[in-house]
Design a protein around this ligand. Structure first.
Ligand SMILES: C[S@@+](CC[C@H](N)C(=O)[O-])C[C@H]1O[C@@H](n2cnc3c(N)ncnc32)[C@H](O)[C@@H]1O
Length: 262
């Protein structure tokens, strides 16, 4: 199957945005696992004085986890889907949280950062060029800044692939078909099968120049299927080149490029 990418993926998330939170609420541990991963950033002093990036924030579930893990941090939350951002903005947020309608590929040239930490939940298997986005993350992170990637990445055993396929075919895709988002949830199924196994993504982080990259397990049915990858920025790389894709204006209805938190 051809995976959804770039504008097609943003449009699919735009459409799915109205039911996304209801579907993820049916996934046991979705929010507690996000909180566990956000806490694995180990931000000191509740994040006081720190600026944290939530890359691929969606409807704000990962942003909410960051806010709980680091209640005094300033958070910039970024997503390529205007529809997902509109759902996030329907909720009240403290002033220190703001949302930007930008793709991960556009961010390095948007004048944002530097950040003390970056959190990316369920983003990397969706991007066209994970290595390029990791390079961008390094240019946005301060030296020594922390990265936590929360991602479906199978442990590599046939049993884990079979469990993932059973969950998708038995529940995720039928539920997504009912909401009119079959293509997106088939993309979810295949994007996980195609993505790095946990040791491979750890290696990818190391090759990108991150230090101390490790994959940490999560509890429940997602053990061996979802991991938190933690690492810190190594020596600063050269500045990123110009953004390769523009997603501005792809939302079904306009969303402000920059929206202050409420
Ligand atoms: C599965 S959702 C996860 C949202 C949120 N992080 C969470 O944990 O609930 C993935 C999000 O990544 C966004 N996304 C995918 N590719 C992106 C890209 N290249 N740049 C920015 N956001 C992207 C999608 O629009 C979507 O909102």
């Amino acid at each position: 199957m051809t995976l959804l990418r770039d504008h097609d993926l943003a449009r699919a998330f735009d459409h799915a945005s109205r039911t996304y939170d209801r579907l993820t609420a049916l996934n046991p541990g979705y929010r507690t696992d996000l909180l566990r991963s956000a806490r694995r950033l180990r931000l000191p002093d509740d994040g006081a004085g720190l600026h944290v990036l939530d890359l691929g924030c969606g409807t704000g579930a990962s942003t909410r986890a960051l806010l709980r893990a680091a209640p005094r941090a300033r958070i910039t939350a970024v997503d390529a889907s205007g529809g997902m951002l509109r759902q996030a903005l329907a909720e009240p947020w403290p002033d220190r949280v703001r949302f930007l309608h930008l793709s991960a590929e556009e961010l390095p040239t948007a004048g944002e950062g530097p950040f003390d930490a970056v959190f990316a939940a369920y983003l990397f298997r969706n991007v066209t060029d994970p290595d390029a986005v990791l390079h961008s993350v390094r240019t946005l992170l301060k030296p020594g800044g922390r990265l936590a990637v929360h991602e479906y990445s199978l442990g590599g055993s046939p049993a884990q692939r079979a469990l993932w396929t059973a969950v998708c075919q038995g529940f995720v895709i039928p539920a997504g078909t009912l909401t009119g988002d079959r293509a997106l949830y088939r993309h979810l199924w295949h994007s996980v099968l195609d993505f790095d196994a946990a040791p491979d993504f750890t290696g990818r982080l190391t090759r990108a120049g991150f230090a101390d990259a490790r994959a940490l397990p999560l509890a429940g049915w997602q053990t061996g299927i979802t991991h938190t990858f933690v690492a810190r920025n190594g020596p600063v790389p050269a500045a990123a080149g110009p953004a390769r894709q523009s997603f501005a204006g792809t939302a079904a209805a306009p969303v402000p490029t920059v929206e202050a938190g409420r």
